[in-house]
Design a binder for this molecule. Structure first.
Ligand SMILES: *[C@@H]1O[C@H](CO)[C@@H](O)[C@H](O)[C@H]1NC(C)=O
Ligand SMILES: *[C@@H]1O[C@H](CO)[C@@H](O)[C@H](O)[C@H]1NC(C)=O
Ligand SMILES: *[C@@H]1O[C@H](CO)[C@@H](O)[C@H](O)[C@H]1NC(C)=O
Length: 257
């Protein structure tokens, strides 16, 4: 019941995003011809080791993203993916919520959260380094990480053919850590854990830290991680571009934040 309620709440949003067709060439932020060809082609590359690939997310420190994570799982299944869904949860997530997550299809992995030693106590970013535990999922070769509050609109299993780290750009130089292809490795995990004291994260969170470690990364188009800050601050032209984008059927966007 719990599961269905959360999904129902979010479904209208997904449906709203399925209306008319749109030409990708009109998006100025869309500048990667290789991935663009993949996105536009009917036949997408597929990997041969599906059993060792998973979508993963994480909940740490609070319950607020539980409903989001349930909707995220359902949206991945609706996109047609059959990959494992793995969720890392720390001790702050109650059994009641864990049951709901499991019913939604997530495999639960309990983790010990990781404190950012440079964060203030009880600050918004105190436990964000817990995300590094994704690299400990070594039973998988490849992980598509998604933030727990994202909605998947189109199947994006073809991202499993891409290397670590593939992500969308936050700007010209930095990637956004909300959607990332990563390759679990105990060695990389160790590397991430070893530099807390010498690396300064520009935003105090995992994104700034990961961008210092992975300075070489692969850019995937914005359609794979699209921020829906709808119309605030947009001019007429941008507004109508976004209206067409959100309304595209079949969907043009893969992921909506
Ligand atoms: C991207 O953002 C970072 C952090 O705010 C900044 O240091 C960098 O100069 C920006 N890069 C570009 C190309 O705007
Ligand atoms: C990574 O480390 C964990 C224990 O810390 C171990 O169980 C796992 O087998 C290791 N993975 C690999 C691929 O060595
Ligand atoms: C840290 O994590 C919290 C909870 O997941 C999230 O709301 C916040 O945006 C993150 N902040 C940074 C800077 O990564």
């Amino acid at each position: 019941m719990f599961v269905n309620m959360a999904v129902l709440e979010l479904m209208p949003l997904a449906i709203v995003l399925h209306l008319t067709s749109i030409d990708l060439d009109h998006f100025p932020f869309y500048y990667l011809s290789g991935t663009r060809r993949i996105l536009n082609s009917r036949v997408k590359p597929s990997s041969t080791n599906a059993r060792r690939e998973a979508y993963a997310t994480i909940l740490h420190s609070e319950d607020v993203y539980v409903c989001g994570a349930i909707a995220a799982a359902q949206s991945i299944r609706l996109s047609g993916s059959t990959r494992d869904l793995v969720i890392l949860v720390d001790e702050t997530i109650s059994i009641h919520y864990k049951n709901g997550l499991e019913a939604a299809g997530w495999k639960i992995k309990k983790i010990k959260r990781i404190r950012n030693p440079k964060a203030e106590k009880d600050a918004y970013n105190e436990w964000n380094y817990s995300k590094f535990r994704l690299w400990q999922l070594t039973e998988y070769h490849k992980i598509i990480f998604i933030d727990a509050d994202l909605l998947i609109l189109r199947n994006m299993d073809f991202l499993f053919t891409m290397p670590e780290i593939s992500a969308t750009g936050n700007n010209g130089t930095l990637f956004n850590s909300g959607v990332m292809v990563i390759e679990p490795s105990n060695c990389t995990f160790k590397l991430l854990m070893e530099h807390f004291n010498d690396i300064r994260s520009y935003n105090g969170g995992d994104q700034g830290y990961l961008n210092e470690i992975f300075t070489w990364w692969h850019r995937i188009p914005r359609h794979m991680n699209y921020l829906k800050h709808f119309w605030t601050g947009d001019g007429e032209e941008k507004k109508s571009m976004k209206t067409r984008l959100f309304a595209a059927e079949p969907p043009v966007l893969y992921v909506l934040i």
